[in-house]
Design a protein around this ligand. Structure first.
Ligand SMILES: [Zn+2]
Ligand SMILES: [Zn+2]
Length: 400
């Protein structure tokens, strides 16, 4: 029953070697020349024909010898602009750090690629490997969808794994969140307020954009307190308000930047529209103009309930009942109030996001993701490879 797990274990050293190389060469966003070249070369060594479909975005196919459906396995590969503070011998040599564990994702998927190659003749369909840039900017998945990652062959289901550290998730356990929304959406807005500058002693001759900004700020809070149901988990945060540079001058303009988080797609749309309406309304009330722009938008990840059932059972069979847990192990209520651009994939095809425990505080991993001292327990990486490969193999059998 645990053949794939045993097979993955024999690859553990290679997976760690891949991870450390990617870790040392941490790169950002859509431009991952060293990382993508490394992944392409590794895939070629295994006998794949990887394609670069857009900037640093790699797709490779396994199987396809037998007719069947197509499952996509996704790993991201980008790092964060953080200076690493770990004293590891494989510490990052760039100004960036793999502080979110995407180095682990890419190397675990490379491990899975090797397993799938070993079993290629047995695959009851096709496995599409997706190595994605720019997850941290929430733009890589979207770029790959636009470049056709879900077509040729058409993807019928998609899964991903995120490794977690510094959370109450024991190393090596697998979180398979229930069907439904599992991460929050993330929408970043920018509000430009146009008033009319003038002398601070004669406000009647001006239109004060700072006064308008203050009213917009207060008014936006009412969306949460008065308009969205109290039972729903939603956030509006204003992170920046700027305008003016002297105490006796009314400036011409001001701007506000903020973000919206929601789980439910309808509530998300509602809040996004209300930010625009309220900003424009408050501005016109006080004779100014406001223009709202969404500069970054990312939908929630939606775990498809049917696929969840299948993926959950496949992984209980692989790892045992005790090792497979719900998202509530890491997050109260079973929902993550962060965003993950796999949400764009889950909008288009039935998808499941999973998480792998990479060390809890009790196990000596006190730092959370995005911290300059975060690290992950490498001993569990082969489990991630096994989960990727085995879920694909078994799901393709189910869908025959
Ligand atoms: Zn991250
Ligand atoms: Zn991440």
């Amino acid at each position: 029953m645990n053949n794939i797990l045993d097979e993955a274990k024999t690859l553990q050293e290679v997976i760690v070697k891949d991870r450390r190389y990617i870790h040392q060469n941490a790169e950002l966003g859509h431009d991952l020349p060293i990382t993508s070249e490394y992944v392409i070369n590794r895939l070629k060594e295994m006998g794949y024909e990887p394609q670069v479909i857009t900037d640093s975005a790699i797709v490779a196919l396994a199987g396809g010898k037998k007719n069947g459906r197509t499952i996509l396995l996704r790993a991201d590969m980008d790092a964060l602009p953080i200076l690493e503070e770990n004293g590891l011998d494989y510490k990052s040599t760039t100004k960036n750090m793999h502080a979110c564990g995407h180095d682990a994702h890419a190397s675990m998927l490379l491990g899975a690629a090797q397993i799938l190659k070993n079993h290629e003749d047995e695959l009851e369909g096709t496995v599409k490997l997706m190595f994605q840039p720019a997850e941290e900017q929430l733009s890589g998945a979207k770029a790959m969808i636009e470049a056709g990652v879900l077509e040729n062959p058409k993807v019928d289901a998609a899964i991903m794994i995120h490794i977690f550290s510094g959370m109450p998730v024991p190393a090596g356990s697998l979180l398979v969140p229930n069907g439904g929304y599992v991460t929050s959406s993330g929408d970043m807005f920018h509000i430009d307020i146009k008033g009319k500058g003038g002398h601070g002693a004669m406000p009647n001759n001006s239109v004060d954009p700072l006064n308008v900004a203050a009213h917009i700020h207060i008014s936006l809070q009412e969306i949460i307190s008065r308009e969205v149901p109290p039972s729903s988990t939603t956030v509006i945060t204003i992170g920046q308000m700027h305008g003016g540079n002297a105490s006796n001058i009314i400036p011409d303009t001001a701007f506000i930047q903020g973000s919206i988080r929601a789980f439910d797609e309808k509530e998300r749309e509602y809040m996004k529209n209300r930010v625009v309406e309220i900003s424009k309304g408050a501005a016109s009330t006080f004779r100014a103009e406001a223009n709202v722009e969404y500069r970054m938008e990312c939908p929630s990840v939606y775990n498809n309930p049917e696929l969840y059932g299948q993926v959950h059972k496949i992984n209980v069979d692989l790892l045992g009942k005790k090792a497979v847990k719900g998202f509530d192990t890491a997050f109260p209520g079973g929902k993550m109030t962060g965003s993950e651009d796999f949400g764009y994939i889950s909008e288009k095809v039935p998808s499941v996001m999973m998480a792998l425990g990479g060390g809890s505080p009790e196990q000596g991993y006190p730092y959370p993701q995005h911290h300059p001292k975060v690290n992950f327990n490498e001993d569990v990486f082969y489990i991630g490879s096994a989960v990727y490969a085995n879920t694909a193999i078994e799901w393709l059998k189910l869908s025959k």
